[in-house]
Design a protein around this ligand. Structure first.
Ligand code: XIL
Length: 391
């Protein structure tokens, strides 16, 4: 019966003057099609027999498990050219941050000549797939083009350069970017002061913005951004909160001061580029103190280095993998426990796959800091993070 049906299908039928005519196909084509159809039937039957029930087990994902957005830093190259990259991003995450495409050196490589193409690719992808888009960043002492580093001008000329950059980018992305890191890393590690005026390239403590615009440039950056896009949430973003001490004290004083003055700041970003030897008590205490500011708290660039000592012979043993996994779990748990639900802007990892981490090229060492391995497979770190979102 079934065989007859299949043979009928293998003969093409047309109508001529409302009468059906049958045009025989070449015999070899017929048998190929028949064989293919038979194979499909057999496979379908096999599938029916092998599946215990009609419902498939649901595999947990980060975004479906977390009671807040789960994000990752993303490169335009990754989403445009890597199928695996896209797959993991769309399966696991519902928020994204531009890895480098929205920084000053990319967006304004020459004065007034704005280049939004790389950022547009990321923002367009986020819109198409309904992911929240977090902008990173307007003002940083790094990733500056030479024309800014060499700019000769008086204070008003610097102010114009600064305001124009912030407002052009904020206006370009108005309505498409939910939130911004307005100022990134303005505070020194050693004494908690603002990065100072004595800028020598690469000295790590200077900021060209502080040098030319005075200490209140941070407040004005927030005001300028808010004028251009009043709907965007605005963050101060930095690293090292988990160290406690003067850096954390200064950060809290800075954001609280801005808030009390009515400067439009919505939240604070904790980068959390940490390593497996981190003091976990420092993480808990920073989360508690940041939550007490009443601002949104975003773990904004999480990764956990396993080779902070730059050991060239390091092997990523299962002991290291488990230690890293436990830390990912701890961070998710601590965030849920210590930050009230209304203040959780989410957890963002800085990329998600070890092959795309900034750490090995930047520090010139082997490392495996992220939840997915270099072939986009879930690591123990992934399962730790997932567990921390559930427990
Ligand atoms: C990193 C990028 O991932 C790299 O591609 C780039 O070479 C250097 O910057 N803190 C930040 C991020 O705020 O912008 C940095 O991103 C990582 C540290």
């Amino acid at each position: 019966m079934q065989r007859r049906k299949i043979l009928r299908l293998c003969t093409k039928s047309y109508t001529f003057k409302h009468k059906p005519i049958f045009i025989p196909m070449p015999a070899c084509l017929k048998s190929y099609i028949c064989l293919a159809l038979l194979a499909c039937l057999l496979i379908a039957e096999g599938c029916k027999k092998n599946s215990p029930s009609t419902t498939q087990p649901v595999v947990a994902t980060l975004k479906a498990t977390a009671p807040f957005p789960m994000g990752s830093a993303i490169t335009s190259n990754g989403i445009l050219s890597n199928y695996f990259y896209q797959g993991v991003l769309l399966t696991e995450y519902n928020s994204m941050t531009a890895d480098y495409e929205m920084k000053f050196d990319i967006t304004e490589p020459k004065r007034g000549a704005f280049n939004y193409a790389p950022g547009d690719a990321i923002v367009g992808f986020a819109a198409q797939h309904h992911l929240r888009m977090h902008g990173h960043n307007f003002i940083w002492h790094q990733a500056l083009p030479d024309w800014v580093l060499n700019f000769q001008g008086d204070t008003p000329a610097w102010e114009t350069l600064f305001k124009t950059h912030i407002q052009s980018e904020a206006t370009h992305y108005k309505g498409q970017v939910a939130s911004w890191d307005v100022v990134n890393e303005a505070i020194r590690d050693d004494n908690g002061q603002l990065r100072n005026q004595d800028v020598s390239p690469g000295d790590g403590t200077g900021s060209i913005w502080r040098q030319h615009l005075g200490p209140d440039y941070i407040a004005r950056a927030f005001q300028y951004a808010h004028e251009a896009d009043p709907g965007a949430l605005l963050f101060y973003n930095d690293y090292g909160q988990e160290w406690g001490g003067v850096k954390l004290d200064s950060m809290i004083a800075l954001v609280t001061g801005l808030k009390n003055r009515g400067i439009p700041i919505s939240g604070i970003g904790m980068q959390m580029h940490i390593d497996i030897n981190v003091d976990t008590a420092g993480i808990t205490s920073a989360l508690k103190r940041l939550a007490a500011t009443g601002l949104l708290v975003h773990i904004s660039e999480l990764d956990i280095s396993v080779n902070p000592g730059n050991d060239p012979n390091i092997v990523f043993t299962s002991a290291l993998q488990l230690k890293q996994s436990a830390l990912y779990q701890f961070i998710a748990e601590s965030y849920r426990k210590n930050v009230p639900a209304a203040q959780r802007y989410g957890i963002t990892t800085w990329e998600f796959c070890d092959a795309d981490s900034w750490i090995p090229p930047f520090f010139n060492r082997k490392d495996w800091p992220l939840p997915f391995d270099a072939t986009y497979k879930k690591k123990p770190a992934y399962f730790g993070l997932l567990k921390g979102l559930t427990n």
